[in-house]
Design a binder for this molecule. Structure first.
Ligand SMILES: Cc1cc2nc3c(=O)[nH]c(=O)nc-3n(C[C@H](O)[C@H](O)[C@H](O)COP(=O)(O)O)c2cc1C
Length: 215
């Protein structure tokens, strides 16, 4: 006799709670009388929605380059067009001389000293870039020391670094080894080289190279 009464009481209690609390009938009323309130309720579980947006900021592509006479800058622009990445010009705090012959001496001396010239500016939001193209002219068979200053001034671990360069006739020389040593912890992918005089016409070759990288 007692069990059916208890069940009946539990049923009545459940029905009355649904009628006067935040039950489905209240939600339905809000939807009819106040659309905005209903919208905010339906989008309330915001955490899963915001996570992809935050993630979209990561995985960016940066094209950082040093160029003294413009050839590598031209190549960097082509890579930017192909990838949609952000461009950053690596510049020394104290500009290099405009005099070609004096520059030959200065570059050679910096290399002999394994100098690390100071940089004029830093990349903002380095953490948002996973893939960094690093471009430079070949100076005395190697990357200019300012490029090594650049790489060593950031945490490159976990990054993908892709070298590209222009030169007067030679190839990468020792520069890929130098880049690898200065970008500790990074994965180094196959780079791209073109003679400086051909940089402006490298579009098709650049596109094929970037396709092959599988980014
Ligand atoms: C200081 C200096 C050293 C250079 N050393 C080399 C070299 O060792 N091998 C080479 O093929 N070209 C060499 N070049 C030529 C440049 O690599 C070439 O002109 C390059 O395209 C210049 O790029 P930029 O216009 O971006 O500065 C040198 C040029 C300079 C100014």
């Amino acid at each position: 006799m007692k069990k059916p009464v208890a069940l009946l009481f539990a049923f009545i209690l459940a029905v009355s709670l649904a009628a006067c609390g935040n039950g489905p009938s209240d939600a339905g009323l809000n939807a009819q009388t106040d659309g905005s309130a209903a919208d905010s309720e339906t989008t309330a579980p915001a955490a899963p929605d915001t996570t992809p947006d935050a993630g979209a900021e990561d995985g960016g592509i940066l094209i950082a380059y040093f160029s003294w006479s413009g050839n590598t800058e031209t190549l960097a622009g082509i890579i930017q067009t192909e990838t949609g990445g952000d461009l950053f010009a690596i510049e020394p705090e104290t500009p290099y001389t405009d005099d070609y012959n004096a520059l030959l001496d200065q570059a050679q001396q910096e290399q002999a000293d394994q100098a690390r010239p100071a940089l004029a500016a830093r990349v903002e939001n380095w953490a948002q870039y996973d893939t960094i193209f690093v471009g430079y002219p070949i100076w005395w068979g190697d990357a200019p020391m300012i490029v090594l200053s650049f790489l060593e001034s950031y945490d490159c671990s976990g990054k993908t670094i892709i070298p590209f360069c222009t030169s007067g006739g030679g190839g990468f020389g020792a520069s890929v080894d130098s880049v690898t040593n200065s970008a500790a912890g990074a994965e180094i992918l196959d780079g791209f080289h073109v003679n400086g005089s051909g940089a402006a016409r490298a579009g098709e070759d650049v596109a094929a190279w970037i396709d092959g990288l599988g980014l």
